[in-house]
Write a protein that binds this ligand. Structure first.
Ligand code: NAD
Ligand code: UDX
Length: 471
């Protein structure tokens, strides 16, 4: 197989950045160049004081060790492509907003542009690795584009190597992956390309964790893994609604069923709804794929996972309004957390966006606090969620606080939207004193000790527990 000495990664985002930074750290003999068209992003990766464009625990340390040694960030996409023997395509693949498949299919425009870029500038053979999450058989389109545009003596082998890291734990996940999946054509050339990439991972991943499969299985496995994970959350969230209606406690139910080794304890936490850039997008992608394969029952099955998630968010907003005597007009609501999960500054598809939008449509006043999310990002997300409302108007009803304490001052209700650990450790006695009474608290993340807070005086409502009964 090709001996990989130089790697190029196209796309310096949440996946390309951390993934290839870790490759550089673990493979000091390989030169890794991460490129992006977005200059601001590259400048941030190169910033002298390590103000990196994404927040991820442990990432700064990795970049400090490898940057300038064998890890480089650049906007010179062409040069990095020409130098490398192996190229990761790690660009965004968002849900299409218009045209055929709008609202479901993945927008493959960025993948196609990156692929054409490779074909146009490459002067030697390359292994091209699909890192982005793509629909089944995208590798075939990539190969057709590459072969139709290549120069003589340039051979392109395409691999699929989906990424399974979760945000907030990306570095840990990359250091010790459950598995690395590599898909290739089952031809001698395909298998040899697969071996070249496997050798890169072999620098730190035990051999038995590197799985090699066919290309289409690899592509589909990524969509399948996310669909199964999201389905677990929608299942537990559906059960949380039953708990609220019957007096059962979702934490106890999840604990009890998780003891079954066939079910397992992880990823059973009821919540205000899953967010993040992947789950919804990838399930919708799977729904589209199912429909394209004339499998409407299969499509409907997976679509329900997303519908249950929407229902969970709606149900939670409604519970807030119902509990606050059926009106929140003019009331002050502190929203703690804006990121889609703890330990990230990422807000894509965050449940907090939907909740705040709902509170605004009831004409409540919202104060939001998140320890990581940039203020500009919050305004952009709220504007995008309510495109017809001028930002000035949104800003009359929403403000961003510098601390949780400040957000909760004079509030009628607190809503915990993200499970930041620091919210667990707030001085709740102090917060209680500064709030309007009755002081309501809605825990959308099963984060705080409801019994303790009730003792302080809070009226606590928790996901997956009935409102009327004592906690
Ligand atoms: P992102 O939006 O953070 O980053 C993508 C980057 O690619 C952007 O900075 C963009 O400017 C750049 N880009 C787009 N087209 C380009 C081109 N032609 N040349 C150079 N740069 C280009 O996206 P992300 O979150 O890193 O996701 C990337 C892919 O990985 C997606 O397919 C996603 O589904 C998948 N994925 C994401 C996660 C996650 O947790 N975010 C996890 C697993 C897989
Ligand atoms: C997910 C997959 O886990 C990862 O393997 C894939 O590569 C990308 O998509 P990510 O979206 O970063 O990762 O985070 P994840 O931890 O999966 O959480 C997704 C959402 O589900 C978050 O909003 C989280 O709060 C929510 N969640 C997760 C729950 O509500 N309950 C749970 O038990 C777990």
């Amino acid at each position: 197989p090709t001996k990989v000495t130089k790697i190029c990664c196209i796309g310096a985002g949440y996946v390309g950045g951390p993934t290839c930074a870790v490759i550089a750290l673990k493979c000091p003999h390989i030169k890794v160049t991460i490129v992006d068209l977005n200059k601001a992003r590259i400048d941030a990766w190169n910033s002298p004081d390590f103000k990196l464009p994404i927040y991820e625990p442990g990432l700064e340390d990795v970049v400090r060790k490898a940057r300038g040694r064998n890890l480089f960030f650049s906007t010179d996409v062409d040069k990095a492509i020409q130098e490398a023997e192996l190229i990761f395509v790690s660009v965004n693949t968002p849900t299409k907003k218009s045209g055929v498949g709008a609202g479901f299919a993945a927008d493959l425009n960025y993948v196609e542009l990156a692929t054409r870029n490779i074909a146009n500038v490459a002067t030697s053979s390359k292994i091209v690795v699909e890192k982005s999450t793509v629909p089944c058989r995208t590798a075939e389109s990539m190969r057709t584009i590459l072969e139709a545009n290549s120069k003589p003596n340039c051979r392109f082998d395409i691999l699929s190597n989906p990424e399974f890291l979760a945000e907030g734990t990306a570095i840990q996940d990359l250091f010790k992956p459950d598995r690395v999946l590599i898909g290739s054509l089952q031809t001698p050339e395909g298998i040899s390309a697969c071996e070249a990439l496997a050798e890169v991972y072999a620098n730190w991943v035990p051999k038995e964790r590197v799985l090699t499969v066919g290309l289409w299985s690899s592509e589909l496995s990524k969509l399948a893994a996310n669909a199964m994970l999201a389905q677990r959350i929608s299942s537990v969230n559906a059960l949380s609604a039953i708990c609220e209606a019957t007096g059962a406690n979702i934490d106890e139910v999840a604990h009890a069923i998780g003891y079954d080794t066939r079910i397992g304890p992880k990823f059973l936490k009821a919540s205000v709804g899953f967010g993040g850039s992947c789950f919804q997008k990838d399930i919708l992608n799977l729904v589209y794929l199912s429909e394209s394969c004339h499998l409407p029952e299969v499509a409907a099955y997976w679509r329900q996972v997303v519908e249950m998630n929407e229902y969970q968010k709606r149900r939670f907003s409604k519970r807030v309004v119902d509990t606050l005597f059926n009106t929140i007009t003019g009331k002050r609501i502190a929203v703690l957390g804006f990121a889609f999960k703890a330990d990230t500054g990422d807000t894509r598809e965050s449940a907090a966006i939907t909740l705040i939008k709902d509170f605004l449509s009831e004409r409540a006043f919202v104060k939001v606090f998140d320890p990581q999310v940039q203020h500009d990002q919050i305004w952009m997300d709220l504007q995008e969620a309510s495109p017809l409302v001028p930002l000035d108007h949104i800003k009359k009803h929403v403000s961003i606080s510098g601390s949780a304490l400040e957000a909760c001052k004079n509030a009628d209700a607190i809503v915990i939207a993200t499970e930041w650990k620091e919210f667990k450790e707030l001085d709740w006695e102090e917060i209680y004193k500064t709030m309007n009474k009755p002081a309501f608290l809605f825990d959308g993340r099963l984060l705080v000790d409801a019994a303790k807070l009730t003792k302080i005086g809070f009226k606590v409502t928790t996901i997956g527990r009935p409102s009327a009964l004592p906690v």
